[in-house]
Design a protein. Sequence first.
Length: 209
Amino acid sequence: MSYVRTVEAALDRASRIAGEEATLVAELQAGSEGAFAYLLGVYQTPVFDLVSHIVENPSDAADVLQDVFVKVFRRIGQFQGDSSLKTWIYKIAIHEASNHRRSWLRRFRREPVSLDAETIGPPIAQSREDTPYQMLEKSERQALVRRALASLASPYRTVVVLREIEGMSYEEIAQVLGVAEGTVKSRLVRGRELLRRKLAGYGAPSGII
């Protein structure tokens, strides 16, 4: 396939996706229960994963997830299509998760810490071929990364999560956070470096991230 035909195919696909999203938004704004169910099916898991990496206590992610979609449902009538629906939803998710994190930290500083409390992250995907040792190794690696991510300042942690875990483009991240792409790139470089230092300090093997 020639370069021109490749570009044309990409443009056609983008146009088709945009048309499908416009139809979904119209149905959501009309109050279609089926459209809301479809939206949840598409975005519930990725938004949960995003939120769980931002809140201080990952076990609170389900509560934040519910708050996010309550806001989405209530505000869908205000959606004007200035960004993609995904970007708009992620912006709400980050706002809600960040607010919850700040509230949790304020409460945590006032309340005694229970030594029995244990922070539990989302379950780890395991293949049927994983041995018990491999499963433990994955669990330990994930725990180290989560611990290091949680210790990063919010601007760096959020950019690293959106880029490295959610796989979003620089443009999408810039739209979600309301900053310039250059700011996204500089925060990502700094965030990656800080994360590597944190992981090294925890004794993590090189190349873990």
